[in-house]
Design a protein around this ligand. Structure first.
Ligand SMILES: [Zn+2]
Length: 97
């Protein structure tokens, strides 16, 4: 039975299931671009998603270097180990629990 949802003035929490749908798609793309500069379109997508998704926002915020890539700033050179660690973190976050 479906309950009718009424619009409330109370701020609704965004429906977010980490490890499902958009999140996974975003995180996987992110991991694919660790070695490169993020293309503008992906940046847009990423920012939009992050704006609506506290979990991902928090996660990506911890990947400061990723954000730096996204802003097309001259990012500090990442060592192979750093890239590997970032990719690992992302894939772990993207894995369904
Ligand atoms: Zn998310």
């Amino acid at each position: 039975m479906a309950k009718r949802t009424t619009t409330r003035s109370v701020q609704q929490k965004p429906a977010h299931r980490h490890g499902k749908g958009r999140c996974v798609a975003i995180l996987k793309k992110l991991s694919a671009y660790i070695d490169d500069e993020l293309p503008g379109t992906l940046c847009e997508e990423l920012r939009k998603h992050l704006g609506a998704c506290p979990n991902c926002e928090e996660f990506v915020a911890s990947l400061r270097q990723t954000v730096a890539l996204c802003q097309h700033q001259p990012a500090p050179a990442l060592s192979q180990a750093e890239r590997a660690r970032m990719r690992n973190d992302i894939l772990r976050a993207a894995r369904p629990r």
